[in-house]
Design a protein around this ligand. Structure first.
Ligand SMILES: Nc1ncnc2c1ncn2[C@@H]1O[C@H](COP(=O)(O)OP(=O)(O)OP(=O)(O)O)[C@@H](O)[C@H]1O
Length: 248
């Protein structure tokens, strides 16, 4: 896939979900992974589209892992003329505390909450009104299945979500892309990603779900596009109306 196709996918998501407006100041949440690195450069290019007047910067929350390749990330931002802020934290130290461990493992949910707090605060301090995350279509489908399995709910994250507590929108401009398309485009365009250093990496429920869905797509290839399309097919939702439960 060419970078132009990524820009088209971003433009379509922007049009369909009203992601980016005139005068926005957007902070890309940069993990260093392929998705957010691609999002950062692609939004830098999208700024040059006609009628797109918004400011852009990147924020990386440094969790405190040893061996994280900050220099690679900084060099990448510099090469593309993008402004990057790195927020140093002691999140990893907090995660490793005995009382915060779950069955001897650090908790992804706590890590995510702490990172989000730092991210929002920095974005607010910089005067940003939107935070852009690197989630894509496959992430949305995985979230849907994880919510059904573990939370008895048919729900996934939204392409645009207003966070009232912080008075800030979270936007996900890559929702129309699949992970395989992102892998292709970052390879073709030499977009780097940092080495993964989180000890939980590869051992999460999300990773299991990814592997489960890959098997399902191998058996039913059409399911891949259909699942993503189904997420916005709101006219065709048929769920049970339980009058007694709804009264509660
Ligand atoms: N340390 C961080 N600092 C800033 N943003 C982050 C950080 N970690 C995650 N994010 C944001 O949250 C999104 C989802 O997080 P997740 O942990 O799934 O990302 P990842 O798979 O490690 O990397 P990526 O999605 O960038 O390939 C990222 O795309 C990024 O926008």
């Amino acid at each position: 896939m060419k970078i132009q196709s990524v820009l088209r996918a971003i433009r379509n998501a922007d049009r369909d979900f009203d992601l980016i407006g005139d005068g926005d100041k957007i902070a890309v949440a940069l993990s260093g992974g392929k998705d957010s690195m691609l999002l950062f450069v692609a939004l830098g290019m999208y700024q040059k589209f006609k009628g797109k007047n918004f400011e852009l910067c990147g924020i990386h929350v440094d969790v405190g892992f040893e061996d994280f390749e900050h220099e690679k990330m900084k060099a990448f931002a510099k090469q593309h003329g993008l402004t990057l802020y790195i927020e140093k934290t002691r999140i990893f130290e907090i995660l490793q505390k005995e009382q915060n461990l779950h069955r001897g493992k650090i908790q992804c949910s706590l890590c995510s909450t702490l990172k989000k707090g730092v991210l929002f605060e920095k974005a607010k301090a910089l005067g940003c009104n939107k935070i852009a995350l690197g989630h894509h279509g496959d992430d949305a489908v995985e979230t849907l299945f994880l919510n059904m399995i573990h939370g008895s709910k048919v729900a996934t994250f939204l392409p645009k979500q207003y966070m009232s507590r912080m008075d800030m929108d979270m936007i996900r401009p890559l929702v129309y892309l699949k992970e395989s398309e992102i892998v292709g485009v970052v390879e073709e365009n030499g977009i780097p990603s940092v080495r993964r250093v989180c000890p939980n990496d590869g051992f999460t429920q999300r990773q299991e779900m990814k592997e489960f869905l890959d098997k399902l797509y191998a058996a039913y290839p059409m399911a891949h596009d259909n699942f993503i399309t189904a997420l916005s097919n709101t006219k065709q939702i048929h769920l049970w109306q339980n009058a007694k439960k709804e009264k509660k």
